[in-house]
Design a protein around this ligand. Structure first.
Ligand SMILES: [Zn+2]
Length: 258
């Protein structure tokens, strides 16, 4: 991966990209504060509501059956036969980086194989026809969609997709050029495995074919809850808006320019 300019800058960027074990959000509106979404309501009655079965909070969009059920099944059946690899999380130590497995994240990334083109095409369709109109902004690129497989016990501890919490500064920093996160659920035959947005007391129970879209910053820190039974299949990608300030000099190595 190429990052901007000199070695110092490169090191700084790498450190910012490190996933922190302890998530310490500095976005913590009080319950009586006016909601960040601009509704004029108090946070507790708006995006921070604790009401069950309420609509998603401001900024989280759910598009039902973006992908039809048959195609979801064809994809997950094929992908189950593909090679896969455990993903780890990376943390900065004094003088080196350390990758840990099976602690904060128990997730396999699966090779898309012959489905690569079709998956990229559908995710491009999502960014062009659904997400850009929702955001009322064009995208510069989106990253190659990742196919993720969660076994029973699989989960991903709370994290933000574009930012990391920098312990020294006690604040969040953008480490990667992602503005909008996309999740496409390929199945729902599993127990557990909800998607929780910690700041909003909001949990989404995945449904086959649903597209879930939200900003990639720390307000939308989220956790993939442990799968209790069955397999959880999801395709993930991240889009970068056109004309947005960048932390890197070029798009992520594997990305599709729009
Ligand atoms: Zn709100």
């Amino acid at each position: 991966m190429r990052v901007a300019n000199d070695a110092t800058n490169s090191k700084k960027l790498q450190q910012m990209m490190v996933t922190q074990r302890a998530l310490r959000p500095d976005f913590a509106p009080t319950r009586n504060e006016r909601c960040f979404c601009g509704s004029g309501d108090r946070f507790r009655n708006c995006c921070g509501s604790r009401t069950k079965d309420r609509p998603p909070p401001h900024g989280v969009e759910i598009v039902s059956t973006f992908l039809d059920a048959d195609r979801c099944r064809v994809w997950s059946d094929y992908l189950e036969r593909q090679p896969r690899q455990r993903l780890g999380t990376v943390e900065a130590r004094e003088d080196h980086f350390e990758t840990t497995y099976d602690v904060d994240r128990i997730t396999d990334v699966v090779k898309a194989g012959e489905l690569r083109g079709e998956i990229n095409g559908e995710i491009e369709r999502a960014f062009r026809t659904v997400i850009a109109p929702l955001c009322e902004r064009p995208f510069a690129w989106f990253e190659y969609p990742q196919v993720l497989r969660y076994e029973p016990g699989g989960w991903y501890r709370a994290h933000a997709d574009s930012e990391v919490f920098v312990q020294d500064q006690q604040s969040w920093a953008k480490g990667i050029d992602r503005d909008i996160s996309l999740l496409l659920y390929l199945n729902d035959e599993f127990r557990g495995g909800s998607l929780s947005f910690l700041n909003f007391n909001y949990s989404y129970r995945p449904r086959r074919g649903d597209l879930v879209v939200f900003p990639s910053d720390h307000r939308y820190a989220h956790q993939a809850e442990p799968v209790e039974q069955g397999l959880r299949w999801v395709v993930a990608s991240w889009g970068a808006f056109a004309n947005e300030p960048r932390v890197r000099s070029e798009p992520a190595p594997e990305s599709i320019v729009l």
